[in-house]
Design a protein around this ligand. Structure first.
Ligand code: FES
Ligand code: FE2
Length: 348
């Protein structure tokens, strides 16, 4: 299953790109090197010297430029060769590397992996709760050896929380009302579970953990690879605004056809300054994402050998509705891009 290219993907946390250092990361199959210029602005170049194809990240920074480790050509932030130490020093016209548009938003580095001319800042994700003083966020990054769309499948069908994550998230989810719909350009899966038991993660901070609650989960997919999960409880019959909630943000950037960078974050509306709750949430992220989701997704991908689920004629369940809708949307965006690239359709 091909990737949507004309889109913003999360390339790195801004903190990963340290002044004076070259930071390589493969994204959508492209080797990319990030660095900060003299003013601290983040630059992304193809991580490949056009001379003998050494990886540029093996070189070093020289002011605003990257100097290739092998024969010393230097390339600047716009990709042009700025220095040739050989012969007359003339710079060959072909001595340039691809650059990628980058934007820093929410302390995260977003990279446009397609045609720079189609770059559209209005399509950057809107995740303003990251900046809210009323939320406490803990985040992290893990690698998953699977096609990224399997991670999206996992997120769009949270019925798996009742099985693989039951120690943290078991509730009366399976008797809740599931609703799947388009929401703007995204997809929303919502589950409403009235008068049921709270998940263990929430019981930890409830005064009366055994009291029934109204519980909601709203999972939103935003193209191409961001999923937010609004997960909360309130007293039975009380408005949601009186309850407590957390917002999970899961952003999965393909590394290759068979591996992904999985950026996760959890922001909560309660116990903001409580280190014990931080610890509980960290444990949840470590166990649920790294030890439960990651390995089962990798297991499925190994057995499937492809990201193309439908080619394997899988059994489909009612809980798959959100994941299928997202897959169809991605497939149609990929097809639009392929048509535009072939010059047979409207330019995407
Ligand atoms: S490979 Fe980079 S200068 Fe030769
Ligand atoms: Fe999960």
């Amino acid at each position: 299953m091909a990737f949507v290219r004309n889109a913003w993907y999360l390339g790195a946390y801004a903190r990963e790109i340290v002044a004076g250092q070259l930071f390589p990361r493969t994204l959508l199959g492209d080797a990319v090197v990030f660095y900060r210029d003299d003013a601290g602005k983040i630059v992304a170049l193809a991580d490949l010297c056009p001379h003998r194809f050494a990886s540029l990240h093996r070189g070093q920074l020289s002011g605003n430029d990257v100097e290739c480790a092998y024969h010393g050509l230097r390339f600047g932030p716009s990709g042009e060769c700025t220095f040739n130490p050989h012969g007359s020093g003339k710079i060959p016209a072909t001595a340039r590397v691809r650059t990628y548009p980058v934007e820093v938003k929410y302390d995260r580095v977003w990279i446009w992996m397609g045609d720079s001319e189609l770059m559209d800042r209005s399509k950057l994700p809107k995740l303003d709760h990251f900046e809210s003083p009323a939320m406490r966020t803990l985040d992290g990054l893990m690698k998953i050896n699977a096609h990224y769309v399997l991670a999206l499948d996992n997120l769009m069908d949270l019925s798996h929380t009742q099985f693989i994550h039951k120690e943290f998230l078991a509730s009366d989810y399976l008797r809740g009302t599931l609703d799947v719909q388009d929401e703007g350009e995204g997809v929303l899966v919502s589950v409403w579970i009235p008068n049921g038991s709270a998940p263990p993660n929430f019981k930890l901070v409830m005064k009366n953990p055994d009291e029934p609650v109204d519980h909601w989960i709203e999972t939103r997919w935003f193209s191409p690879a961001t999923v937010t999960i609004d997960f909360g409880t309130t007293a039975v019959g009380a408005p949601r605004s009186e309850g407590i909630f957390s917002i999970g943000v899961h952003i999965v950037t393909p590394e290759t056809e068979s591996s992904s960078h999985y950026f996760y974050a959890n922001s909560r509306s309660f116990a903001l300054d409580d280190p014990t709750v931080d610890e509980q949430r960290r444990t949840f992220q470590e166990r649920a994402f790294r030890e439960q989701d990651g390995p089962i997704i990798e297991n499925c991908f190994q057995n499937m050998g492809t990201g193309d689920l439908f080619s394997l004629q899988p059994v489909l369940l009612s809980s798959d509705a959100g994941a299928i809708r997202v897959r169809r949307r991605i497939e149609s965006m990929v097809a639009d891009e392929a048509r535009a690239f072939a010059g047979t359709g409207v330019h995407a």
